[in-house]
Design a protein around this ligand. Sequence first.
Ligand SMILES: *Cc1c(COP(=O)(O)O)cnc(C)c1O
Length: 490
Amino acid sequence: MTETVGERDPAQPAAEPKPAVRLPAVHLLLAAPACQPLVARYGREQTVAALREVLAGLRTALLAGSAADTSDDAVLAALAARLAAANQPALRRLFNLTGTVLHTNLGRALLPDVAVQAVADALRWPMNLEWDLETGKRGDRDTLVEQHLLKLTGAEAVTIVNNNAAAVLLMLNTLASGREVIVSRGELVEIGGAFRIPDVMTRAGATLREVGATNRTHLRDYADGINAATALLMKVHASNYAITGFTSEVKLPELAPLARERNIPVVVDLGSGTLVDLEKYGLPHETTVRETIDGGADLVTFSGDKLLGGPQCGIIAGRRDLVEAIKANPLKRALRVGKLTLAALEPVLALYHAPDLLPERLTTLRLLTRSASAMRALAERLCGPMQQALGDAYAVSPEPMTSQIGSGALPVDVLPSFGLALRAAAIAGQPRRGDPLGVLERRLRALPVPVVGRIAGDTLWLDLRCLEAPQAEEFERQLAHLAPARGPGA
Ligand SMILES: *Cc1c(COP(=O)(O)O)cnc(C)c1O
């Protein structure tokens, strides 16, 4: 099954012939039984194109004098690998062993199966997305989750948009365009990924009026800042930092009476926005949406995929007249959520009506409340197989570590956790060479289901908080692919 492909130019004298390169013929390879599953899976055109690329690569290698395997089996194996690589989805699942449960770069909240099923149905079926089944008339997509949210937050009305950044933008644009918004200098937050309160304010067409100092703001600072142009008083949750030391913040219950007296709405960007008191589940307290509404906020904005544990979205909850104004803003149409988001959000919100069962059913809460002893047992079980897979270039040990909630929730609180600590083994009498942890980190990332840990100091930490039972088995099985091909200095 070969044809001869030389690069011989007939115009050249034959004195110095290039060595002929013998490669299997395309049409014969395509007819080979081993090629049929590839044609069936990837289609004929794609398979032929990839085959030509594989052969071209081989030809180049052979002409350069390297000893490439040109057997049919080798060519077809290379073809299968090439097609698989080209068809690998860009968005892939992975094991998040960073210890950050709500990791923005890794997709934040993981959703429970009820939400997964609802999304699958919404993908397959027509839905009453904006269709009132009782009246048979056009409906409003926000009403699908409204009753749940009103009950859970105590708000009069809600509306849902694409994310919390959109919620803040839409709220400010609707209620403060061309006017001023008073914010404490201690709350001019920047969230990762270019969300900055001053920039959002500008884009919304509002003017930021900073009051107070970075560490201390008093009620009189707000009072002195109010003028005829003031549209809103705004508080922003310090999601990813804490100001400590000589500090003073005006709490909402203190600010709200001033806002009411001057007839100016007070709005709060809560960021994470939990719907339940996390203290009940042994976690640090985080102000709930209900507490914020009860504390006098006219509007609250928060994310759907942080502590709430749902899909990416932004929720605006509060006074009916203000929510109606927001819904009438043409920007709302541009920022509205799709049916998949609402399909996922509704069953997640429904879980909150059984708060006693929430730590079992809501994935985010289950991961956050997982006991260190469960993770310790898993670390002890996985330590041996991991050590075996890595060989003696690394030392593996089960160790305590700390997880973070992530996504700006409770930034200074950490949760006691357990996992595997991986360190480059010291080889007696030899100086350590290269970047062994960097090499290991890349090997973990190259696994069929990539593993993402966290390097700190001389250790690569694999926090097992987010590795639950079924995935733990899969994790263990794929350790075989880690078998050390090269030493850590390679
Ligand atoms: C996370 C956060 C945002 C942005 O929310 P997204 O849902 O990521 O758009 C805005 N404000 C605060 C205080 C936050 O913590």
